[in-house]
Design a protein around this ligand. Structure first.
Ligand code: NAP
Length: 436
């Protein structure tokens, strides 16, 4: 029998994810020991209330409310408390003491990842956070290791399960936005504060992390262009369906060349149209997926569960084993470098296409007028469909699909259309993504 060295693992938090991590560590201890080459000993679990009922039966003597003390004696700290404080101070304390840290805390990594990674680098410790984006789906390690020799051009993900669930119900079951949100809420899909999901904050946090890893560039949360799904209507979903499209809330991080030839990145979250044959179009219910485009590898798709205690614990355990192996071997951790330091370009610089729905006066010359406004702004129409049966009497609905153009030109086109006397209402404007 091999004599294994002990690595002391401190677990901070024992909620949905933490309890599953503790269970897996205890149940699979021998197997993990053989895989790591060291014994992972659960040294303790810090919580707020040691007497709370847990999802998993765990020895009571493991629990403590003294998180600082637990951290100080640990080789590896697994932070699963959530929130900014005390998680940030405890992670800093752990790293400064030379411990490696694994966390699933997207809010913390999005806001303070740069600073925490710098602390880790200074002391040669590792900070791993695979579970912070799309939970069970391995995406940060593929981006930072498997694809590190390639040149990633775009990362486009469905990274918020709740909003995907709502949009999917509206699309496949014809629910209204309110009914779909109610079902999502009843099933526990929405965060306690639903604005984090429906206004795109959660997806924006994940987008900053994806951008940082894919493009070696710090992207502050404030630099992410963010639009939620609250304005999406059943009519827009229907119109998309009719055109062979589907609306998904996308988190996009992309290399872009600005109008003055600046090389930069664009990071944005918004509901967008996708063709129904795009791989992301068939991501149903609360599932997540990330679609990656790289120069040499081409298109790759990572799909799976974006939430759940056991699912998230799987990614945490993966990081824990990786951290433990390196702890034994020594050497610097896999710290995502920010060397590229590309500028984050405003959303006006992206190149995309629009689907614009207008209500117009049903009279001669209107189509020509609309075409002239598009041409004046350097935007060309790929398709125009007129529907006289919709809208008030004497009016028609016009659905215009544009060719790709710079967002700033598309936005000024829409503004000019809104101001024209032939247009009575701009019913909807959606971006179209996923085209080559
Ligand atoms: P949770 O169920 O709310 O559990 C939080 C745990 O942390 C509880 O055990 C709580 O102790 C403990 N805790 C909170 N504040 C504390 C403090 N000040 N001192 C000591 N202990 C404290 O959270 P969760 O859903 O497991 O999520 C954990 C992390 O994983 C979060 O960062 C979350 O964003 C991330 N994540 C979760 C999921 C998911 O599906 N749940 C998916 C991906 C990422 P008590 O039990 O005593 O209250």
């Amino acid at each position: 029998m091999n004599e294994y060295r002990d690595l002391r693992v401190a677990l901070l938090g024992c909620g949905s994810v933490g309890a599953q991590v503790a269970r897996l560590l205890l149940e699979h201890g021998d197997e993990l020991t053989a895989r790591v080459g060291a014994r992972l000993t659960l040294a303790g679990i810090a919580v707020r209330d040691v007497n709370s009922k847990r999802d998993v039966d765990l020895p009571i003597e493991l629990f403590t409310t003294d998180a600082e003390r637990l951290v100080q004696g640990a080789d590896i700290v697994v932070e699963l408390m959530g929130g900014i404080e005390p998680a940030k101070s405890l992670i800093t304390l752990a790293l400064q003491g030379g411990a490696d840290v694994v966390t699933a805390n997207k809010a913390l990594i999005a806001a303070h990842g740069k600073e925490l990674s710098a602390t880790a680098e200074q002391v040669g410790a590792q900070l791993l956070f695979e579970a912070s984006v799309a939970a069970a789906i391995p995406i940060l390690r593929p981006l930072s290791e498997s694809l590190v020799g390639d040149h990633i051009t775009r990362v486009m993900g469905i990274v918020n399960g709740s909003t995907n669930y709502i949009l999917d119900r509206m699309d496949r079951f014809g629910d209204s936005a309110e009914d779909a949100a109610k079902v999502a809420s009843d099933l526990g899909f929405l965060e306690a504060d639903p604005t984090l999901d429906v206004e795109g904050f959660d997806a924006a946090q994940k987008a900053t992390i994806l951008a940082r890893i894919a493009f070696h560039t710090e992207v502050p949360e404030a630099a992410v262009h963010r639009e939620g799904i609250t304005k999406i209507t059943a009519e827009q979903i229907e119109a998309a369906k009719h055109a062979g499209l589907v609306i998904k809330l996308l988190a996009i991080a992309e290399r872009v060349t600005g109008s003055d030839d600046t090389e930069g990145v664009s990071v944005r979250v918004y509901p967008a149209l996708l063709r129904r044959d795009h791989p992301l179009a068939t991501v149903y219910e609360g599932k997540n997926a990330v679609f990656v485009e790289a120069e040499a590898a081409g298109e790759l798709m990572f799909y799976g569960a974006g939430a759940g205690g056991a699912e998230t614990a799987s990614a945490v355990l993966g990081d824990l084993v990786s951290a433990a192996r390196r702890h034994i071997v020594g050497g610097p951790g896999i710290i995502g470098s920010l060397h590229a330091d590309l500028p984050v370009l405003p959303v006006g610089e992206i190149i995309t296409s629009y689907q614009i729905m207008l209500e117009v006066r049903d009279e001669p010359g209107v189509l020509a007028k609309v075409a002239t406004i598009l041409a004046e702004h350097g935007v060309s129409a790929a398709s125009v469909e007129q529907n006289t049966s919709k809208g008030a009497a004497g009016h028609a609905a016009l659905i215009i699909g544009t060719h790709a153009a710079r967002e700033a030109d598309l936005a000024s086109t829409v503004a000019a259309l809104a101001n024209d006397s032939a247009v009575t209402e701009v019913l909807s404007v959606l971006r179209m993504e996923g085209a080559a």
